[in-house]
Write a protein that binds this ligand. Structure first.
Ligand code: OGA
Ligand code: NI
Length: 338
């Protein structure tokens, strides 16, 4: 395991992907023609229908969009990025105290994705922490940097508002009532800080593999350093960082609940040799015990048959981790076949 990234002069063997799985020369993938839609919430009250249509189209075509004028204060977003960067800059011994390989432990520091089980490792460290309701979790969070709990606590509360608003706008677009998701499943929230150190040879490694998120909705602050790519029409496209914007993407569970009307966005992370990259992701997901199935309101047995089976989220989450590790399609076990 790499304990001091800044001293690494060449890529260790256990981080090199076989030819065909590497980013190779696709590090700076084209972004202009296919850059994902930018949704501006500034005029939400006067342009609600139009914005809902734009969000829905982006969620169907890409499973991704960027969000500007989203209501989360710029100062808070900047502050959150600062404490996240300070956190990763802590001495390795401090971070090691928070480290765990136990998949069932929700609040922990990790390297890569599943360091103990995977064949090749990803160029990434991360810290994940449940955050809703805040008072149930905040006492498990890091105490160093000293401002961490205060800033992250405020941040997750504001970001949740935006996530719930987007959920409602999408539900409205699908013809479901406002608050529908809240009735259907519990809306848990997870905060993940990702750190992708500078890499001596980014053509050989990945920050994260090709994947879709196993949740309902993701809201990402990707900072100013590029690295996130979306897969569309058999090609990778970079998502350019936009100042004070969030990247939003649809997860598998939303695709399933919408009975395939929304598409989960396929993405990966590449690294670079110039600058470390820190990102802050917030995920909304069901509780492990929640039953998931295509919404009864979107399934009409005579016209639109359900495309997915009923399952318990925990079962999905476990098979997802294995499938991503083995490069298989996590939806394969849950599709209804004729
Ligand atoms: C993730 C993810 C993207 C990024 O955490 O699932 O895709 O740019 N992150 O860090
Ligand atoms: Ni992701």
């Amino acid at each position: 395991m790499i304990s001091n990234w800044s001293k690494v002069e060449s890529v260790p063997k256990s981080y090199i992907f076989p030819p065909g799985e590497r980013p190779d020369d696709n590090l700076i993938a084209p972004s202009c023609d296919h850059s994902i839609p930018i949704i501006d919430l500034q005029f939400l009250s006067s342009q609600r229908t139009e914005l809902i249509n734009q969000i829905l189209k982006a969620s169907q075509d890409y499973g991704f969009f960027q969000l500007i004028n989203h209501g989360v204060s710029e100062d808070l977003t900047t502050d959150m990025m600062l404490v996240a960067e300070e956190f990763f800059a802590l001495p390795m011994e401090d971070k090691a105290e928070l480290y765990s390989d136990d998949q069932s432990k929700l609040c922990r520091m990790k390297m890569s994705i599943d360091y103990a089980k995977e064949k090749v490792h990803y160029w990434r460290e991360n810290f994940q922490q449940p955050c809703y309701p805040l008072q149930d979790h905040i006492n498990d969070w890091p105490t160093n940097p000293p401002r961490y709990r205060e800033v992250a606590g405020k941040y997750v509360v504001e970001v949740r508002e935006t996530l719930l608003l987007i959920l409602d706008l999408i539900c409205e677009g699908l013809g479901l009532e406002i608050g529908y998701m809240k009735e259907l499943v519990s809306l848990e929230q997870l905060l993940i800080l990702n750190h992708y150190p500078k890499c001596p040879d980014p053509t050989l490694v990945l920050g994260l593999p090709k994947h879709c998120d196993p949740h309902i909705l993701t809201l990402l602050n990707q900072g100013q350093v590029p690295g996130l790519q979306v897969y569309k029409d058999q090609q990778w496209f970079s998502i350019p960082p936009i100042s004070n914007a969030f990247v939003v993407n649809i997860g598998y569970i939303f695709e399933i609940i919408s009975n395939g009307k929304l598409k989960s966005g396929v993405h990966r992370v590449v690294t670079n040799s110039e600058k470390a990259r820190t990102t802050i992701a917030n995920f909304i997901f069901p509780s492990l015990e929640d039953h998931i199935e295509p919404s009864k309101k979107l399934v009409d047995t005579t016209k639109t048959a359900p495309l997915f089976k009923n399952f318990v989220f925990k079962e999905f989450y476990i098979s997802y981790l294995t499938d991503v590790r083995e490069g298989k399609d996590p939806l394969q076990h849950y599709m209804v076949r004729d």
